[in-house]
Design a protein around this ligand. Sequence first.
Ligand code: CAA
Length: 389
Amino acid sequence: MIENWPDLDEDKKLLIEQVRAFAQAEIAPKAAELDHTGRFPLEIVAKLGEMGLLGMMVPEKYGGSGMDAVSYAMCMEAVSEACASTGVIMSVNNSLVCYPISKYAPEALKARVLPELASGKKIGCFALSEPGHGSDPAGLKCAAKKVPGGYSVRGTKNWITSGKEAGYCVLFATLDPQQRHKSIICLLVDTKSKGFQVAKLEDKLGIKASSTAQLFFDDVFVPDENLIAPAGEAFKVAMNTLDGGRIGIASQALGISNCAFKASVKFANEREQFGAPIARLQAIQFFLADMATRLQGARLLTWFAAKKKDTGGGYAKEAAMAKLAASEASNWITDKAIQVHGGYGYTKEYVPERCFRDARITEIYEGTSEIQRIVIANQVLKEFQDHSA
Ligand code: CAA
């Protein structure tokens, strides 16, 4: 349990208790309906904005909550435990939209858009991936052309969470695709701009209440003042943003795992076979023990990565480890939760079925498990090289 963590200060404990209570009372009862209908949870997102959960790490002077990454990770877990779709909407707005604007955008742009994004008046999306460039964003093709007063953008973006509902889009486009990552720029696009189009919505396995869109940019004009990062810097902005995003997705995976784990403990205590609750059976106990251990191991890695982010310095390796461990644990835990539930676990009447589908994406978006291994291996090899030099 998060709130039993030994070092948790009173403020954090109170925050987590409030967010958990809200999530369980107002989000969890709607999760099955949201999953079934795929309805975007507008009223819940508005409430998250009111509670300061959409711009958690945005400084207070821009209308944010000014909190740390550890608090963010804990709140993300609590919300995702109730509904993984709501979790990813929250994660993208905090990690992939508010964060790069807060950290890299010019002052005037921050002052103009962060209050809207942190309050939930508008939400944002992050457009890096393309039909031909998912794991290799340095090769992206969406073209930005310098024109008087700004840029003209033309291209297609894929797999964009909240792409349908977003008021702002953090967009990566290239001035010259031959130069790969060196010519990429980062712009903030107002989605009301002429030429911006939601081209297609994906019909997905899980996280059904969050939209995943293909976006077209048909000569969209973006003014100079909406440049977040120029060529030479923007790819690093994307990478650094994804480092933080991976802590958010790791936390989402923890929430999904926790939901499936708790349901399994409850079911094991209630379900009787061979004249006693199945919780008495060692086979079931082993599942529960392994679930609890994997969940806690992933949680510690996630909080460690968040703490490293809070204390400054690089955290790419730690964030990748957290996402890798938490997402793989989530897929394992939700699979075993179905096993504990037997036939009931395969039905929509019990939560493991939804958790199992929701968990799958955590190994894919914001960098696949294979990409996390590449990030970790590169860093580990470099550390050894540095030590032996
Ligand atoms: N922070 C800052 N800078 C970094 C960095 C980091 N974490 N990682 C790399 N860089 C810098 C490098 O130092 C290098 O800089 P120089 O030009 O000064 O040398 C530059 O970026 C290029 O680095 P690499 O040569 O290592 O880059 P690469 O092209 O080989 O890619 C990669 C490395 C790790 C594979 C990267 O491409 C990657 O993370 N791919 C996965 C992309 C991803 O996660 N996509 C998800 C999109 S978002 C999403 O899922 C949708 C959603 O809505 C949820």
